[in-house]
Design a protein around this ligand. Structure first.
Ligand SMILES: CC(C)(COP(=O)(O)OP(=O)(O)OC[C@H]1O[C@@H](n2cnc3c(N)ncnc32)[C@H](O)[C@@H]1OP(=O)(O)O)[C@@H](O)C(=O)NCCC(=O)NCCS
Length: 207
């Protein structure tokens, strides 16, 4: 996919490409545009290492909504697509044909939600094998850096491997150095990138 947005004078003002190539990069640079957002797709073979012991249970619609939204919106307050979610955003996702509460794993401490790993199964297509995605994952900022993100990622991958999936996949902002470090340590490597170029100072566009 490649989308060019041009101004009234025909000049390129935004270029979006997925998967982005070096030709896209050259075209953007030639037009004086800079990279304003990059979402990397990472993959790794499954199964991964077994997760450490961690109490998990599936998401319950109508019961866990607000607890999920609180952690999600605190953890992703900076994110172009994942911040400021409302119950309507959640309902829209729950109505998707791929939604499966059994693959939406929650971890609580002292009765309070502190992290979740929401997975998504992609059937095989002409271009890609069947893949299990770590769709959205977050830990509450109060408990970050305690190993929970790593444990939740491994638990999500184990859930997907148990479904027979042999490829694990996820998307991560190029600028999210903490998450990228975590995924690289777990054996994920870059498969492709979705990139946007625009005039310097343009806020990251919504995907
Ligand atoms: C990314 C995220 C899930 C990681 O969860 P976490 O519980 O903090 O991660 P862990 O404690 O398991 O740490 C994983 C690695 O990150 C490192 N790390 C943790 N906190 C860090 C910090 N503040 N600065 C730098 N590195 C940090 C840890 O050292 C560890 O690396 P190591 O294995 O080399 O020791 C969490 O920070 C988060 O929810 N971020 C906001 C939402 C987000 O970005 N989600 C991912 C979207 S793709």
């Amino acid at each position: 996919m490649r989308k060019e947005t041009r101004g009234p004078d025909g000049r390129l003002v935004m270029l979006e490409a997925e998967p982005a190539s070096s030709d896209d990069e050259r075209l953007a640079r030639h037009a004086g545009l800079v990279l304003v957002r990059e979402v990397l797709q990472l993959r790794r073979a499954l199964p991964a290492d077994p997760p450490p012991p961690l109490a998990l249970r599936p998401f319950r619609s109508g019961v866990d909504d607000q607890a999920f939204l609180d952690v999600n919106n605190r953890a992703f307050h900076w994110h172009p697509d994942q911040s400021g979610w409302t119950v309507d955003d959640l309902r829209r996702h729950e109505a998707e044909p791929w939604f499966d509460a059994d693959g939406f794993l929650l971890h609580e401490r002292d009765g309070r939600l502190v992290g979740f790993c929401w997975t998504k199964v992609h059937p095989a297509t002409d271009e890609d094998p069947a893949m299990g995605e770590i769709y959205v994952i977050a830990t509450d900022p109060d408990v970050e850096g305690q190993g929970l993100g790593r444990a939740l990622t491994l638990a999500g991958l184990a859930h997907l491997a148990a479904r027979g999936l042999e490829v694990g996949m996820l998307h991560v902002e190029g600028s999210n150095t903490r998450a990228r470090h975590l995924y690289e340590r777990l054996g994920f490597t870059e498969h492709s990138a979705h990139r946007w170029w625009a005039p310097e100072g343009t806020p990251p566009p919504v995907a």
